[in-house]
Design a protein around this ligand. Structure first.
Ligand SMILES: C[C@@H](O)[C@H](NC(=O)OP(=O)(O)OC[C@H]1O[C@@H](n2cnc3c(N)ncnc32)[C@H](O)[C@@H]1O)C(=O)O
Ligand SMILES: [Fe+2]
Length: 530
């Protein structure tokens, strides 16, 4: 049993909290930085931390003393947000934490802010092996625990979800944070189409933000743009969450991050989970937005697992990624991969009935706006039929398409393979996938969602299926993204990802363009905190 004081201050929220593991009580003292105009200015934010951290820490210490029994130490350890975040802010928080740990002579715990955003949901729900959606200011990603670390199953390729919304509201001259204001104005809006960009479990917000700004400049009512922004961005997040549940076989979803305070996002995720028969948990708002409570809760778990650091090794890391953290506490079981196949499979998007032939119906999604829903379903049905046939002509094994109905969104295919690649993850099979993707790219299109689930293995061939997210493109970046999606799903689902990734790339290189592999390295190395 322990009582841990946590300190948070990665960007806008100066906060200190105490978590008592005996009573499961968490008290939080916060002081928000509110810029006079524009977005967060790093120097002003750091100034805010300098001014307010001592006060919130003092208040939290007083609360800890009141919680402690007679003769008992009030605080057993000091935990702090080590990153990611704004360097000048992180340094002030770290300095305060080090000083307090030395003064009280208690251990120091360095917490990853993003892992804290999701662990607070796991703590509150009691879920064992959830998929976690972090929808915060500077980030947006899907995580699943496997083999000692949280793996990034999917993430934004550019801006974090909250920052994207805030950039849009800055264009309108609204003050920071923009998220709550967009939610308010959306209440009276109507749907207008905006770009919808999902690549496997990755996604991008840059196109939609420019389109939203342009729409306002063109005179589209602001309420309508706010409404559609939410409908589109949150449908993207819900779709990738569903795909992650489907790919990993997980049956629990937890939400984390400041954007999780948005009622429409929570509603969409809850509806999606209910339809799938999965469980959904969103922490209460005080634990969703930045707060030191989540730092104290995870800090206490780490402290009890002996995961403390000496002051000399407590440097901050402004790009600290969640998959860099060695999980020392009980993070539940690995998300599983393969499950027995039934004749009716509910994938992320469609109901697939396997008879002599395969019938695939893209069913309506109750969570998304009907107009958007119809558009996505019929576009993807048509696209899947076209690209499946085109890939065959390029020598890639794919099923024959017998029938396309883009009104009811039903396709009928030849049945191929006898299991999917998740159950046959061998080097030679992933090498074949590499070769097949190279052939598609050579013909000027991408698959769009190449995961082990979308490859079927037969006696002597590996078939690609499910081209619904594919599109024609000449951009090397798009080809690299295709590879990135496949490699990401290997990392998320296999314990042997490194060896398989190598084989996959060797297969690609045997047919494909070396420039694409070079671009893939670029994509992987890109700092995504904007
Ligand atoms: C690295 C760290 O500093 C960063 N934290 C962060 O950005 O604060 P957080 O509290 O998790 O999220 C703030 C974001 O959450 C958005 N937000 C707050 N209320 C919202 C609402 N009702 N609807 C939509 N967005 C909302 C804000 O506009 C802002 O962009 C992060 O976790 O990425
Ligand atoms: Fe955050």
């Amino acid at each position: 049993m322990s009582r841990v004081l946590g300190i948070e201050g990665t960007a806008w929220c100066a906060s200190a909290a105490v978590h008592d593991t005996a009573t499961d009580e968490t008290v939080i003292e916060s002081d928000a930085y509110e810029p006079d105009s524009g977005g967060i200015h790093p120097r002003e934010a750091a100034e805010h931390m300098r001014e307010t951290i001592p006060r919130v820490v003092r208040a939290a210490r007083q609360r800890a003393e009141r919680m402690a029994g007679d003769g008992e130490p009030a605080i057993d350890a000091v935990a702090f947000s080590r990153g990611p975040g704004l360097g000048p802010c992180l340094r002030i928080v770290a300095t305060a934490a080090r000083a307090l740990s030395l003064a009280l002579d208690v251990p120091l715990v360095g917490v990853n802010h993003m892992v804290a955003h999701l662990e607070i949901g796991r703590h509150g729900s009691g879920f064992r092996s959830p998929v976690c959606l972090n929808a915060s200011g500077a980030n947006a990603h899907l995580l699943g625990y496997r083999g000692g670390r949280y793996r990034i199953l999917g993430e934004t390729m550019d801006t974090g979800v909250g920052n994207a919304i805030d950039k849009f509201t800055r264009h309108l001259g609204w003050s920071h944070p923009g998220g709550p204001k967009v939610e308010q104005r959306a209440a009276s809006g109507e749907y207008v189409p905006l770009p919808y960009v999902v690549k496997g479990m990755d996604f991008s917000f840059s196109g939609i933000m420019s389109a939203a700004k342009q729409a306002v400049d063109d005179g589209v009512p602001v309420e309508d743009v706010c409404f559609s922004l939410q409908e589109t961005m949150f449908a993207m997040l819900t779709e990738v969450s569903e795909r992650a549940l489907s790919l990993t076989g997980a049956e629990e979803l937890v939400l984390g991050g400041g954007v999780g305070q948005n009622a429409r996002l929570r509603e969409m995720l809850a509806t999606m989970c209910e339809t799938r028969g999965a469980k959904f948990h969103a922490p209460e708002p005080r634990f969703l937005r930045d707060n030191a409570g989540m730092i104290a809760v995870l800090g206490a778990r780490m402290y009890e697992a002996g995961d403390t650091i000496p002051v000399s090794a407590s440097a901050i890391d402004s790009d600290f990624r969640p998959n860099q953290v060695d999980v020392t506490w009980d993070a539940g079981g690995d998300v599983s991969v393969t499950r027995p196949q039934a004749n009716e499979i509910r994938g992320a998007e469609a109901v697939v009935t396997m008879g002599e032939r395969v019938r695939k119906e893209r069913v309506g999604k109750a969570y998304r706006h009907p107009t958007l829903d119809e558009r996505l379903r019929s576009e993807r049905t048509r696209q899947e039929a076209r690209l499946t046939s085109l890939a065959r002509r390029e020598g890639v094994p794919t099923p024959v398409v017998f029938d396309v109905d883009d009104t009811d969104c039903v396709l009928r295919f030849e049945r191929v393979g006898d299991r999917d690649l998740r159950e046959a993850l061998t080097e030679s099979n992933v090498r074949a996938v590499g070769r097949h993707l190279a052939a598609c790219h050579g013909a000027g299109f991408v698959h769009g969602d190449p995961t082990p689930r979308n490859a079927r293995v037969g006696d002597d061939r590996v078939f690609l299926i499910d081209f619904g997210l594919g599109y024609h493109t000449e951009h090397v970046e798009d080809y690299a993204m295709d590879l990135h999606v496949f490699e990401g799903s290997l990392a998320g689902t296999s314990d042997d990802a490194d060896r398989l990734t190598e084989a996959f790339e060797a297969g690609y290189e045997s047919r494909g363009d070396a420039e694409v592999i070079a671009q893939l390295r670029e994509v992987e190395g890109r700092g995504r905190y904007q």
